[in-house]
Each structure stands twice: as C-alpha cells, then as structure tokens.
Design a protein around this ligand. Structure first.
Ligand code: ADP
Length: 368
C-alpha cells in the first residue's frame, strides 16, 4: 500500500521537507469586451499586477490578468508552477470559475478550433495543452539528468463530466452515472472510469478532442448556449527510480486535475420544468456546495477552529475534496467580463475569489 513519506520540497515555501502549507493561488482574468454584443462600458480596471477596481472598490489577488493577457501569460503564472509541483510529487489542481461567457473554457483549453491532433502549441491554445507540453519536456529533462537512477515516468489520463449530479466518462460516454468510491489504498476515485496512458502531445490532443466532443451542451431557456456541466481532466503521473543512497527502488505518484466549472451565474428557473428544473437545481447543488465549502475552509484557515467539512454533499466536492483544503496545491483562475452588464456576477465572482484566497492547503509528497 502507498505510504506517505517525506522528500525534498521547494525550500522557500516551508521548512519541513515534503510538506507544503500553501494558500490557494488566485488569478483573476478579464476577458476582452465582446465584439458582436453591446455589453455596456467596461467598469473593471486593472490597477497593478495583482489588483483591480470595480465601481471604486479595490480587490487584491495573487495576480490580475488584463484583457490583453495572452494564453502564454496565464500558463506562466499558473501552468509552470503546476508542472513543477507535480514533478516534485504534489497533487496539483487548477479550477476555472466564473459566469458563463467569461472565458473559463478559453482559459482551460482554448477555442475549440485551436485544438488539433498535431504536436504543436499555437497562440490560442489554453492551459491544458501547454501544461502537457511542459510536462513531457520536463520529464525528458529529468530522465536525462537522472539517467544513473533509471528514472522512469508513466502518465495516465481520464476525463469526466459532472452534469445533473451524474458522472459521465467523456472517454467512453456509454459509461454514465459512475459512482465515486473511497478506500484507504486509493483514496477517492471514480469506479470504472477509463484511464488511458499518454506518451506524446498527440495522445493528449486525441483525448481532449474526444472528451470535449462528448461534452453535453444543453439548449434550454435557462441558459441557451452555455455549458452547464463541470469537466475534470485528470493525469496521474507516476515515477520510479533507484535511490543513489541505498539502490532501492522509489515510487512517487501525484495527480494533476484541470477543472472547468459550470457557469457560476444564478440559474433563472423561468421556463424550466421537469428534468430541466431538476438539472438546474442539481447544478446549483455542486456549485453552491463548492461556495459553501470555500466559506467554511476560509473560516477554518483564518480562525484555526476545526469544523466538519461536508465534502460528500455534492459530486464535485466529494471528488475534488483533496484539492479543497486538503493534500494538494490549488490554483483558481476566476474569469470575469469587464462589462457593466455583468456587474453583479462579476462582484459575486470576485467575492468568491477573495474567500478562496484565504484557504490554506497542506500538500504532502506521496512517495514510497
Ligand atoms: P465560458 O467557458 O466561461 O462560458 P468561453 O471560454 O466560452 O466562456 O468564452 C466566451 C467567448 O469569449 C468565447 O468566444 C471565447 O473565445 C472568448 N474569450 C474568452 N476569453 C477570452 C480572451 N481572454 N481573449 C479572447 N477571447 C476570449
């Protein structure tokens, strides 16, 4: 069975090797104004690298990305540390949060037409392809650097959707209503979820394109074009090497979760009935439960008081509990629109982002 053992951590973060107490990294990204829709004047202004104002109120985060920030800028802020944390043995997650149309999908994957099955990264491509390109390059470097230790990596990916509180395997959409299980050996996992080994960028693009094409897009009067599902792309990275000290084999495992959340706007239930009404309620359940947990965890981090954390009250929080206040490094990209017409949703996203900022995770290297 896997046992947690200490190994070297990045020294600046804390003094105990192998353990990292770190806050949630919050990046707010403003999308450019919509060309073909009149959204009203911009009301959000970036005032420094980490702060912005909206209607005279200032908010400060780890970083603020203005409307002209490139996909590469976001990758450098969020993706590069993610890959390094993963290779150091820490579980690492990125969540994209924000109202529909604010740029979550653009940030996580890039526009649909920018993903292709060739091996190259283009300017439009989002965080996920860039993370894998870097991951493969860094694994290669590490293998060359540690060739005497016979360092060897394996990466397995899965892709799922949570929609209406049901989990669908996006790599095999016939597998619906999958169940979350938890045991001491494996932790929290989704039973029967497809896991495919990836070796190259071509493999990653193939899985991304397959999964994204299986994503469910509902057309209702609640939210006509939006995506109302949460998607989770996960990669488990395992490494084996021989220790220079004793010649024994070492095994390290960590996971990357890339999470594109459903639109955070309050669902207007007008016109929804039956299944659609239930669906709206359930989508609210996962997101409102996420908001609820963020509040509780922020309070626990600030006051030090222990409280019961109701992870199991929604699929999303049950599945991602490790990322929320647990054994993982977490970055949150909160996407907003600068427009007047989005004012109240933007305020709500910024308040969510501020509470998320207060959370402390304790990540531990998983090594035997
Ligand atoms: P969401 O996933 O939050 O619903 P999308 O990612 O689909 O939003 O973005 C909505 C639209 O805005 C898309 O057409 C997308 O290409 C565009 N968009 C979003 N963010 C940016 C950005 N930073 N730069 C350029 N276009 C963007």
């Amino acid at each position: 069975p896997l046992k947690r053992k200490l190994s070297m951590d990045t020294p600046h973060e804390n003094s105990v090797p192998g353990i990292s107490d770190s806050g949630v990294k919050v990046v707010v990204r403003m999308r450019p104004p919509c060309q073909d829709k009149d959204e009203g004047d911009p009301i959000v202004q970036k005032i420094s690298s980490d702060s912005l104002t909206i209607n005279g109120q200032t908010f400060t985060f780890d970083s603020v990305a203005d409307t002209d920030a490139s996909q590469l800028d976001i990758f450098e802020h969020v993706g590069v540390p993610l890959v390094e944390n993963c290779l150091a043995g820490f579980n690492s997650s990125v969540f994209a949060y924000g109202q529909t149309g604010s740029g979550k999908t653009y940030t996580m994957w890039g526009p649909a037409n920018a993903l292709s099955e060739d091996n190259t990264i283009n300017d439009q491509q989002g965080l996920t392809p860039r993370v894998f390109e870097r991951l493969f390059a860094r694994m290669n470097e590490e293998q060359i650097k540690h060739s005497d230790k016979q360092l060897n990596y394996q990466c397995h990916c899965s892709f799922l959707e949570i929609y209406n509180e049901q989990i669908t395997d996006l790599l095999d959409p016939n597998q619906r209503n999958l169940q979350i299980r938890e045991d001491v050996k494996s932790g929290v996992y989704v039973e029967n979820l497809t896991e495919e080994q990836v070796y190259t960028m071509k493999d990653v693009f193939r899985l991304l394109l397959k999964g994204l094409s299986n994503r469910r897009i509902g057309a209702t009067s609640i939210n006509s074009e939006s995506s109302r599902s949460h998607t989770v792309f996960t990669c488990v990275v395992e490494s084996r090497c021989k220790s220079a000290a004793d010649g024994m084999s070492r095994f390290k495992s960590s996971r990357i979760n890339l999470v594109d959340l459903a639109g955070s706007e309050r669902q207007k239930l007008t016109g929804a009935a039956g299944e659609r009404l239930k669906e709206a309620g359930n989508i609210n359940r996962s997101l409102s439960q996420l908001g609820n947990l963020i509040n509780i965890l922020a309070e626990v981090s600030q006051t030090g008081k222990q409280r019961h954390i109701p992870y199991r009250d929604s699929r999303l929080t049950f599945l991602l509990q490790e990322s929320l206040g647990g054994n993982a490094k977490l970055a949150m990209v909160c996407a907003i629109s600068p427009a007047q017409s989005c004012r109240s949703e933007t305020f709500s996203t910024l308040r969510f982002a501020q509470r998320a900022k207060a959370i402390k995770n304790k990540a531990v290297v998983n090594e035997v």
